[in-house]
Design a protein. Structure first.
Length: 193
């Protein structure tokens, strides 16, 4: 079962909320109702991307708009090739002719070979993939919240070199909430692979 997405909101340099939508939205809605123009930046904790929520209307309306609708149950009728019951999604892949030739020689076809390659890469490099995702997420957050702070560029370089000591030293004078959230987001970037 997937973990629910979490979000963190900042008003200026201060963190005002963090957690799943049901925790974050009431805080944001209260702020919005008190002052319709608060400069609150909200970040998806997984991706580091900024997100916006339409805070107009009642809290129930805000939650309804922000919560994705449940996935409809797929119709049992078969529409075309593939295995919809397994969740197989058809998409386009662009490869060189030599790659297609290699895939065509693989047992069970090109799709099965690609799935095996993806599964194998995920099993053999999970730490590296997790570290890369953490670096990218923390980098997005740093760009938005710390781009004008001292040592931002050097701290970003330390993050992408996975140099925890240098990173923490360079952000040591940043506002506490930004510094703590940056460290929390970057945590997996420094895990030995």
């Amino acid at each position: 079962m997937d973990q629910p997405s979490t979000y963190t909101g900042f008003l200026g340099e201060a963190q005002i909320t963090s957690g799943p939508l049901e925790t974050v939205l009431p805080v944001l809605k209260t702020r919005f109702d008190a002052d319709e123009n608060p400069l609150v930046l909200i970040f998806d904790d997984e991706s580091g991307r900024q997100v916006d929520f339409d805070l107009r209307g009642t809290l129930a309306e805000v939650i309804a708009r922000a919560t994705p609708p449940p996935s409809p149950t797929p119709a049992p009728t078969r529409v075309g090739p593939g295995r919809p019951k397994l969740g197989v999604v058809s998409r386009e892949v662009s490869l060189l002719p030599s790659h297609w030739e290699w895939l065509e020689r693989q047992p069970n076809g090109a799709s099965a070979a690609l799935r095996r390659l993806v599964d194998q890469a995920g099993k053999h490099q999970p730490g590296e993939q997790r570290a890369r995702r953490a670096m990218e997420s923390a980098g997005r957050f740093l760009s938005a919240m710390a781009g004008n702070l001292p040592n931002y560029e050097e701290a970003s370089r330390a993050l992408y070199r996975a140099n925890r000591g240098q990173f923490e030293e360079l952000i040591g004078e940043w506002p506490q909430d930004i510094r703590q959230h940056a460290c929390r987001m970057a945590q997996d970037a420094f895990v030995a692979t």
